[in-house]
Design a protein around this ligand. Structure first.
Ligand SMILES: Nc1ncnc2c1ncn2[C@@H]1O[C@H](COP(=O)(O)OP(=O)(O)OP(=O)(O)O)[C@@H](O)[C@H]1O
Ligand SMILES: [Mg+2]
Length: 265
């Protein structure tokens, strides 16, 4: 049995609670303090951008939040449960159930159709066969790619590849979506498509945390956390951003915005 933390009073609206999280990397004789005591609380449904210079600790923080890496010290509670020191199997179960990831380079498998990529996390979650196929096609439809289900990554544009990755992240119906530079490899227009999709996901209640170098991308979030040298430098909440100059938030293949999330979350 793992040691259980005494049940702390837990606010139901809180998804993530980090207290004094540190991450120390040792490389031979040198030590890198990637995180130096990060305390951060994120409520369900928040849309947060994490910004900061290269090497400031953004990806390290995302990896800790996403249970891909353990902190050296500190407390991390997800839905009120301390998760940084539970065993790796329980961490990956929790990750599979609660968290979707999106990376800059999409991380899609070559020579594998969009549908099969999106089915994969379902197999890990124990959903297979016809049900997995149905849900994968549904998720692809919801990111506007129903017509591309049989295409392989090399037969898709960059924005479409990233939308396959988003469908793959959402098909398990996670409560939290983590994106590390999701538009970093995209041109402005395709980046805009992905941001429009994030906006819809946010409006439908998903919790979103996005790491970005791009001020325009950060400006779409409702909260901006700035990291410097492994510490939080500022944490600002803001109102919904204004619509774009022409008054329209661009979402070419995603007109069914109301529907997008209902089956996903
Ligand atoms: N596995 C590792 N081993 C050793 N040092 C690491 C490791 N991963 C990250 N670091 C170091 O930790 C610090 C924070 O790295 P991190 O990847 O979190 O930065 P980042 O803010 O995501 O930067 P970028 O914007 O360039 O992606 C850096 O100094 C980096 O060199
Ligand atoms: Mg990084």
């Amino acid at each position: 049995m793992e040691k259980m933390e005494a049940a702390a009073p837990y606010n139901q609206s809180t998804l993530i609670e980090m207290e004094s999280i540190t991450k120390l990397y040792r490389m031979g004789d040198t030590e890198v303090h990637a995180l130096r005591g990060v305390s951060l609380t994120i409520e369900h449904g928040e849309y947060v951008a994490i910004v900061g210079a290269s090497g400031s600790g953004k990806s390290t923080l995302m990896n800790v939040i996403g249970l891909l890496d353990r902190p050296s010290d500190g407390v991390y509670r997800l839905r009120g449960q301390e998760v940084s020191r539970i065993n790796r199997n329980r961490q990956s179960d929790l990750r599979n159930r609660e968290i979707g990831f999106i990376f800059q380079r999409f991380n899609l498998l070559a020579r594998t159709s969009a549908r099969k990529q999106v089915e994969l996390p379902l197999f890990y979650a124990g959903v297979s066969g016809g049900e997995a196929k149905r849900r994968a096609l549904e998720a692809l439809g919801q990111v506007g790619l129903a017509e591309r289900a049989h295409h392989r990554p090399d037969e898709l544009s960059g924005g479409q590849q990233q939308r396959v990755a988003i469908a793959r992240a959402l098909v398990t119906r996670p409560s939290l979506l983590l994106a590390d530079e999701p538009t970093g490899a995209l041109d402005t227009k395709t980046g805009e498509e992905v941001m429009a999709l994030f906006e819809t996901l946010h409006q439908n209640g998903l919790t979103l945390i996005i790491v970005t170098h791009d001020v325009d991308v950060a400006a779409r979030a409702r909260r901006i956390v700035t990291i410097r040298d492994g510490e939080i430098l500022s944490d600002e909440r803001r109102d919904a951003p204004q619509a774009h100059h022409n008054g329209v938030v661009h979402a070419p293949e995603m007109a069914q915005s109301e529907e997008i999330f209902h089956a996903l979350v």
